[in-house]
Design a protein around this ligand. Structure first.
Ligand code: NAD
Length: 439
């Protein structure tokens, strides 16, 4: 498994847990040393325990020696990052290409090379071309196996997948080896109803982007409906409940919020839009989704500043939550990274708390922000309290706990974690997203 990040670590540990011998290859020496010392460099519930257990059982190892690992492997997975290339919406494939070159240098005959990273359509064949060029005489097999795990639920998602997408080269002779090996590998995760979906390489690569782009669009749609509710007197929870009961729509991903973020939706929507433009078939819905999501984060900052009334330099804002969602320490593209700098630039005093994201967030946010050890400490002297992440520990806070801490009485619950009337009864002004009053 090349790459000891979220996907490589979780996939490696889970495959080990169902009986496969896995070596995770990590090239960053600091990260590798931490992993070898049993210190997991990211927060994912249950992962530390699972990794320790599988190492103890002798099925999971960490190394930077790809050559040695390949000699005892039948398959290699590429699980390296594919961030957005600087200055364009393209996926940066430099890590994938480097991994392909490293594999080519040391691959044993008959190796199955699987791309697990999220990559633009055509990348699997590029990987094959890199290997073929370096080792024209090597027999090898290529597959695409995009990963669908969600941070925060990664182990359960991997162990009980909705589906396992496997793209194979179209030639009828070559894929059979790849297919058999992947069937064996995933057999323990496949329930009685078959969840392994075999298709061509291109379809598999496109499925991952299509799924993420669709979800990003669904979230953005809910955000726009929330705005419309506010302007017209609608109640977003009623609207999305009513929509979601239609099985063609479904109830998930319809909760309004401060805009989608994370390591996947922003970069995958960009990469899909760029691939589609290049292919001469622009995906206009996704182009618009990207623009609407960016605009939303800025608009929310403006809305917060407008609510501050009076002199913003006198205003202290307590911010609960920095990560893009709960149960992760991942700060990549979190809405807080757009909203907080705008509030800070306008002169507001910010006191923030996040259960897992503060050390990652600190270097990404402007200086002068106070990092509090608890939500109640963040609330001290605050004129308003803004919720940006739906951490369960915030949901249990009560008006009685916050009232003595805060100077003001304004609650901006942008993750709908509380019931508005509880706060109103206690004398707070409670705002969330998507609740209009009839005019
Ligand atoms: P990450 O940045 O957390 O991890 C990548 C790791 O690979 C890093 O530790 C890096 O040092 C290492 N690496 C890079 N090149 C290497 C090489 N040549 N040899 C050894 N190690 C190398 O990334 P991630 O979040 O795990 O994502 C990996 C891929 O999976 C991306 O394409 C991403 O889009 C996709 N994905 C991510 C998620 C998620 O929730 N994070 C979910 C599904 C799919």
């Amino acid at each position: 498994m090349i790459g000891g990040g979220y996907v490589g670590l979780v996939s490696g540990a889970c495959l080990a847990a169902v009986g496969t011998n896995v070596t995770i290859i990590e090239h960053d020496p600091t990260r590798l040393n931490r992993l070898k010392a049993g210190d997991i460099p990211l927060y994912e519930p249950g992962l530390e325990e699972l990794v320790a257990e599988q190492r103890q059982a002798g099925r999971l190892a960490f190394s930077d020696d790809l050559a040695a690992a390949l000699q005892k492997s039948r398959a290699v997975f590429i699980a390296v990052g594919t961030p957005t290339r600087r200055g364009s919406g393209h996926a940066d494939l430099s890590y994938v290409h480097a991994a392909a070159r490293a594999i080519a240098a040391h691959a044993p005959d008959g190796l199955l090379i699987v791309t697990k990273s999220t990559v633009p359509v055509g990348t699997g064949r590029q990987v094959a071309a890199i290997v073929r060029q370096a080792r024209p005489d090597l027999t090898f097999h290529i597959a695409s196996n995009p990963e669908f795990l969600r941070e925060g639920h990664a182990i359960a998602d991997f162990m009980q997948p909705d589906r396992v997408i496997i793209g194979l080269e179209s030639s009828p002779t070559i894929p059979s080896t790849a297919r058999t090996l992947l069937e064996q590998l995933y057999a323990p995760l496949n329930g009685p109803e078959n969840r392994l979906l075999f298709m061509g390489l291109e379809s598999a690569e496109l499925t991952k982007y299509a799924a993420n782009a669709f979800l990003a669009m669904k979230v953005t749609f809910a955000n726009e409906m929330a705005d419309l509710c506010e302007a017209t007197g609608g109640q977003i929870a009623d609207v999305t409940h009513g929509m979601g009961m239609d099985p063609r729509i479904g109830p998930h991903f319809l909760m309004p919020g401060p805009g989608y973020g994370g390591s996947c939706f922003p970069k995958d929507t960009q990469a899909l839009a760029t691939s589609a433009r290049q292919a001469g078939t622009p995906v206009q819905l996704i182009e618009t989704t990207i623009a609407a999501n960016e605009a939303r984060k800025r608009r929310l900052a403006e809305r917060i500043l407008a609510l501050a009334k009076g002199d913003i330099t006198d205003c202290t804002i307590a911010v609960l939550g920095l990560t893009f969602k709960a149960h992760t320490d991942d700060m990549r593209q979190a809405p807080a990274l757009t909203i907080l700098p705008l509030l800070h630039e306008a002169g507001a005093t910010l006191r923030v708390h996040d259960p897992q994201g503060m050390s990652t967030a600190k270097p990404l946010l402007p200086d002068g922000i106070t990092y509090a050890d608890s939500p109640l400490q963040a609330a001290e002297g605050a004129d308003m309290l803004l919720v940006l992440t739906e951490w369960p520990v915030f949901a249990s806070l009560t008006p009685a706990q916050l009232a003595p801490k805060m100077r003001g009485r304004l609650i901006l619950d942008y993750r709908q974690i509380w019931q508005g009337h509880d706060w109103q009864q206690a004398g707070f002004h409670y705002h969330s997203l998507g609740y209009g009053t009839h005019r």
